[in-house]
Design a protein around this ligand. Structure first.
Ligand code: SAH
Length: 399
């Protein structure tokens, strides 16, 4: 495909840096991703067919736009060019939910008449820094977060009225105050100016609460596919003691709970743990407990106290798991480990460790959570076989 074609699909192709694979057809992208994972996991086994999307466009239900002005002084909104703080104006994006883009466009058009200035990172003047939109994939609920440099939004009530007139589907509006010169989008303080201050969504038949800051998969349609695959791999009988490590808001653990004896979730982020506890109550799940802790420390304590766990579900961040976690895991020796990974390189490193300590990779599949980008999500099932292959073991390395 020529550059011209890519530009006809996306006017900012090559400028925004978001869609590394736009030059490939979707089938080609899936093939490329499978090849990348297969290469890395080859020593441990075969990777099944990649699970793609029927309609791979506009899957992002969390959309963020930075606001500013161009050289001529026109108000613009869009994404930061990779590695810079230069805003590439974006009106429509192939990845983003179209309703979210329309709301951002409406806000852009309202600023002048409401005399709201966009924030200037160099001078520190101006009010509106970013707009964040979160949409419930199943529920259709919509949250608008206005990130401001100070807590006062002029003509607040009229602003909300005008915005809702254009987009009556909006269910909540939140002001987030970020008065720091930082590259973090959201600041600490928050004020709900319309609706409940959060949205809800449904995944695998359960309800989840999403606050402005909580982690929630940006592509819920494929998250459901991923979680179902993880559960298929876990193959629970209804009796097992399950550990959901790096559990975020507890999604995977809660989905597993009805098929397990009991579930323990462990997560470092306090807000996510709060959301997880509330989510379990809301979904009336009584056999799950959550702990706020470093997953490695938690596992080490469990191993020292001689606790028993049958199945470990783990979903670490891009950096993968820690050596502390893995060494405690091989002491606890769960029969099954289901590893959900957003970075096949760290997955391969962690597999090397575990396969050298008696585990075998039985199944592996990649789910395309991020079409058009080079991000790859993989899920793997490992079974404890008890034969240690010390000679093959290489030292754990930070990636
Ligand atoms: N399983 C969840 C979240 C996965 S994202 C889901 O699918 O929604 C990875 C999670 O790991 C994040 O919530 C992050 O806060 C958490 N995390 C990162 N480092 C951690 C650590 N050392 N111990 C426990 N949790 C950690």
């Amino acid at each position: 495909m020529s550059q011209r074609n890519e530009e006809s699909i996306c006017p900012v192709y090559g400028k925004c840096g978001g869609c590394q694979l736009l030059h490939m057809s979707y089938d080609k992208q899936l093939q490329w991703k499978r090849e990348q994972v297969s290469k890395l996991l080859k020593p441990y086994g075969r990777v099944e067919k990649m699970i793609g999307m029927d309609k791979p466009e506009h899957y992002r239900c969390k959309v963020h736009a930075a606001f500013g002005r161009d050289r001529k002084g026109n108000i613009i909104s869009g994404v930061y060019q990779t590695g810079t703080h230069r805003i590439v104006p974006v009106k429509e994006c192939l990845l983003e939910n179209e309703k979210a883009d329309a709301i951002i466009g409406t806000i852009r058009g309202m600023l002048k008449s409401f005399k709201i200035k966009t924030y200037d990172e160099d001078t520190g003047y101006g009010l509106l820094r970013h707009v964040l939109i979160r949409i419930g994939y199943k529920t259709g609920q919509i949250m608008v977060v206005l990130v401001l440099s100070s807590p006062i939004l002029p003509s607040k009530n009229n602003f909300i009225k005008a915005l809702l007139k254009e987009h009556p589907q909006i269910t909540t509006v939140v002001i987030n105050v970020n008065d720091k010169r930082t590259s973090m989008v959201l600041g600490e303080r928050q004020q709900v100016i319309y609706g409940p201050g959060f949205i809800e969504d449904e995944l695998c038949g359960l309800k989840f609460k999403i606050s402005p800051k909580s982690f929630y998969q940006v592509n819920p349609e494929q998250a459901e596919v991923l979680y179902n695959k993880a559960l298929e791999y876990a193959d629970l009988s209804g009796k097992e003691g399950v550990l959901d490590a790096y559990c975020g808001t507890g999604t995977i653990g809660m989905i597993a709970a009805s098929k397990a004896g009991s579930v323990l979730g462990v997560e470092l982020n306090q807000d996510a743990v709060k959301d997880a506890i509330e989510g379990a109550k809301k979904n009336k799940i009584s056999n799950i407990r959550f702990w706020k802790a470093d997953a490695g420390d938690f596992m080490t304590d469990m191993a020292q106290e001689g606790e028993k766990v049958d199945v470990v579900l783990m979903d670490p961040p891009r950096s993968g798991s820690s050596e502390k976690f893995l060494s405690a895991l091989v002491k606890l020796k769960p029969q099954k480990v289901v590893y959900v990974s957003c970075n096949p390189e760290t997955l391969a490193r962690d597999l090397k460790y575990l396969c050298g300590k008696g585990y075998c990779m039985e199944r592996a599949a990649a789910v395309d959570m991020f079409p058009f980008t080079d991000d790859i999500e993989t899920v793997v099932r490992m079974q404890y076989r008890g034969r240690e292959k010390k000679e093959k073991q290489l030292p754990y390395m930070k990636i």
